[in-house]
Design a protein. Sequence first.
Length: 595
Amino acid sequence: MNDAQKLEQIRREMEAAGVDAYLLPHADEYQNEFLPCYAKRLAWLTGFTGSAGYAAILNDSAAVFVDGRYTIQVQSEVDAKLYAYEDYTKVMPWFWIGLHMQKGQVVGYDPACWTVQQKDQIERHFSGCGLVLRACENFVDKIWDDQPAAPIWPPFLYDEDLAGQGVKAKIADISERLSGWADYLLLTQLDSIAWLTNLRGKDVACSPFFLATAIVDLNKEAVYLFLSKEKIAAMEELPSTHEHIHVHDIDGLDDFLSSSCSAKAVRMDPRYSSAFHHSRCEAAGCVVKQGDCPVIALKALKNEVEQKHIRHAHCKDGAAIASFLCWFDKHKSSGELDELSAESYLTEQRRRQHGFFDISFDPISGFAGNGAIVHYRATESTNKKIEGDGLYLIDSGGQYYDGTTDLTRTVAVGTPSEQMKKHYTLVLKGHIAMARAVFPSGTTGAQIDHLAREPLWKEGLDYAHGTGHGVGMFLNVHEGPASLSPRSNYPLQAGMLLSNEPGYYKTDAYGIRIENLVFVKEAGFAFEDGRSALCFETVSYVPFDRTLIVKDLLCEEEVVWLDNYHADVWRSVSPFVAADRDVYDWLYDCTRPLS
């Protein structure tokens, strides 16, 4: 079927089910950012391949909703004759539906793919519009004839020497935090399950997860892990370090809820748990207690062992990127490079590093106008030759057993214009301002996001994404609960790993983004009112393109920071590239003092 035929089939299913509209998110039952192939329903139906979005389908109209990262991408992927383009940061799909429907009409949704919080928000809005929200089958699943099967890779052990904490201690910590609040904790977020159990998997591209549901018995301090029969059959017996984990068939989850959790308090995070799981708990007679999941906050605070390994992973990653950039510099004027060949070479350099597991997301490899698409993905149809004068943006990362990485560099090809160099330096100034920030404990990302934007704001410029996101430890490359953005109200705490990535994007011309990862750490002094001071430690080690830096736009403190940073890059990465004289010399030249 083509996209028009798919849409028509969905409308036939809607009619048969007695619903007048259908809501489809980019989501699966685990709320993954990167979806298993069987769950890429939004992409299959509409063509939109971004990592966040929705579709709203009515009998006579339809729309795809994205945020500012995908404004350009959605127009290139989704047929405008079939779908209107909307920005969900301005109008959510249920608001749009409310404007296009009449009282008494019914909106269908798959409760497995929507969180409790989302479902409650939609119902509240619809009650004011006189609309009815009804749970129904997933209509995409009904018409997707060649839909891939769910993956069946078994979980594997994650070394406690890398995790820095055993399963028993993690369970005890969670039980203590929820003592008196609940008897059980329901977990459906895969990174939370992987972190708690010190297990990893291969079910989700770019993320080391396995498909599962977990229930934590807070009184017995045990984890009941529910997996498919195929996974259980392929699993090796868990060692004594995992004696608190009990493996069960996923088909027995409802019976377990009824026999063990009935009339007991079950904690569930409404931001991440699905409406389907909520209804299953209620049907089993559980007393559902909604509240924040403590695992999310705990895994964001990297312990000292994790921090040590993360720094080492970034040294290896820096070596891989240095090898790539050295190669890129040699060949960028040859006319033989394109976006796909460049990203492929970088991925190969990462694969050569010890402990490499996978990439942490699909690389953003964009030259010239493609670099202005914030979450661009090069394909055979969009692949651009790297030639002439312009900017090349490469945003990529790796999953190593000892850490997750994410880094962006923008480099010149040919002769960059003065405007390009000015914009690059403004972005760099914002990056340095954030890297040098000192702030009191209790500060949120929203309170300091402006530091990275001010150099651009003074020129009337801005960027339509947050300045930074949390990053996991061999987990998600995008991790909560904290971030650096105008909407982040979670306090920054020592041990968090965040990105620092301001940018500027000139449509159809070029994109600029500069990204490093940073630890939040104690600054070593206290404010007058007693609050401890926090700052950032940069742990990404890759030089900046000196040909794009306008030194006259930098103040003395910024130049000192750059020189110190490049000295750190040389000290951290040179031992890893010493065997390759070309890369070693390239790195030495790129990390010389600017002053």
